[in-house]
Write a protein that binds this ligand. Structure first.
Ligand code: SAH
Ligand code: SF4
Length: 370
């Protein structure tokens, strides 16, 4: 099997070049061709000798996930369905907003955490994505618009690990790919522009602070353990208090004045009452945080409903009155099933979750465009 150079850090690529008897500075040249110019054909790497181009083509490759399908929403959001082999498909979304364009990247095929409101969770779980498959999504998005690139990131200004999967359950590949996103010789995005979102794996948040200082977002979704146990089952293992303590440790370790974003999905009459808002404000009182409210995005088969905008605004008002910077996430790409929690791809479910749901007559019909 050929070595895929796409997922390698610069230092791994240097080791690779040394191992084939080449000078390490060649690694930097190839690294920049791949990530800064979007080139995957060795014969186009004009500062390499013809012999080296040929040798590299014989033993290595630059292989990104294959695009199965891409579609633009009427609001400018673009969704890709990517083939990662053996019948597994993942989804990725680019959301333009003025001068910004945020890429929502997947970390796993499906998700084992199984939150009750999430279409990805209902798909079951197949496997972790490799570092090449994760950074490959950025590579695909950057090179999708046919524009010439001569340095760093052009089409993508922000990246959020909020596609399919729980990024902290695929720690090495995700953090390795995030380092490439932030590497000046690759995509050069600042630590504030690369965000990891997690359902709350406490020990992994501590581990994260040892390898990166990228932005962290917590998918909280409930103000007390009783409710959160229902919505985000991993809460039974890592309850809210432990999670918020881990957030505090992460922020302290980063040593800046940052506020952590707390994501709170609003589900009609489940977690969106005024009492819920007050309770949320109370538990976050000492956590430097800002709140991002996400009105539930429906998918076929889910019993949950999106609250009225009046209920959403009332919740927001309480949080603001309590002193929190609070935003409501506008739903983007809904017409192409690209909104938060609607990404399903195609998952070779190894958990039997889909089968169990069907047996209990609770099958969640997830609709994909493929
Ligand atoms: N597993 C990670 C990252 C992927 S989920 C996490 O849970 O944080 C990305 C975001 O989409 C999370 O905040 C998640 O809670 C939200 N989400 C999931 N399903 C949703 C739905 N049906 N409607 C709106 N947001 C949803
Ligand atoms: Fe997994 Fe995140 Fe969906 Fe929960 S919300 S099932 S952790 S992808």
């Amino acid at each position: 099997m050929k070595n895929n150079l796409l997922g390698m850090s610069l230092s791994n690529m240097e080791d690779f070049f040394i191992s084939i008897g080449e000078k390490p500075y060649r690694a930097k040249q190839v690294f920049q061709w791949i990530h800064q110019k979007g080139i995957s054909d060795f014969s186009k790497m004009t500062n390499l000798s013809k012999e080296l181009q040929k040798m590299l083509a014989g033993i290595s490759e630059i292989k990104a996930p294959e695009i199965v399908y891409e579609k633009d929403s009427k609001d400018g959001t673009r969704k890709w369905v990517l083939n990662v082999g053996e019948g597994d498909l993942v989804e990725m979304v680019l959301i333009p907003e003025g001068k910004r364009a945020t890429l929502c990247v997947s970390s796993q095929v499906g998700c084992a955490v199984d939150c009750s409101f999430c279409a990805t969770g209902k798909q079951g779980f197949s496997r972790n994505l490799s570092q090449a498959e994760i950074i490959g999504q950025v590579w695909v998005a950057e090179n999708s618009f046919g524009l010439p690139r001569d340095h760093g990131s052009k089409n993508v200004t922000n990246i959020v690990m909020m596609g399919m999967g729980e990024p902290l359950l695929n720690f090495e590949a995700v953090t390795g790919a995030m380092n490439l996103m932030m590497d000046d010789k690759a995509y050069g995005l600042s630590k504030r522009k690369v965000t990891l979102s997690t359902s709350g794996l406490v020990p992994m948040i501590d581990k994260l602070s040892e390898v990166t200082n990228a932005a962290l977002t917590i998918s909280l979704h409930a103000p007390n353990d009783g409710l959160r146990n229902e919505l985000v089952p991993i809460n039974k293992k890592y309850p809210i208090k432990d999670l918020l303590n881990a957030v505090e440790r992460y922020v302290n370790k980063c040593g800046d004045q940052r506020k952590t974003t707390i994501e709170y999905i609003l589900i009609n009459k489940v977690n969106d009452s005024l009492e819920n808002a007050k309770e949320l404000a109370k538990i976050l009182k000492n956590v430097p945080s800002k709140i991002n409210l996400i009105p539930f995005n429906p998918f076929a088969g889910s019993a949950y409903k999106r609250p009225s905008s009046m209920r959403v605004q009332a919740f927001k008002k309480i949080m603001q009155k309590e002193g929190f910077i609070t935003t409501v996430r506008t739903t983007r790409g809904e017409d192409i099933m690209a909104a938060c929690g609607q990404l399903v791809g195609k998952v070779n479910d190894k958990t039997n979750r889909k089968k169990r749901l069907a047996k209990d007559n609770k099958i969640i019909k997830t609709k994909s465009l493929v």
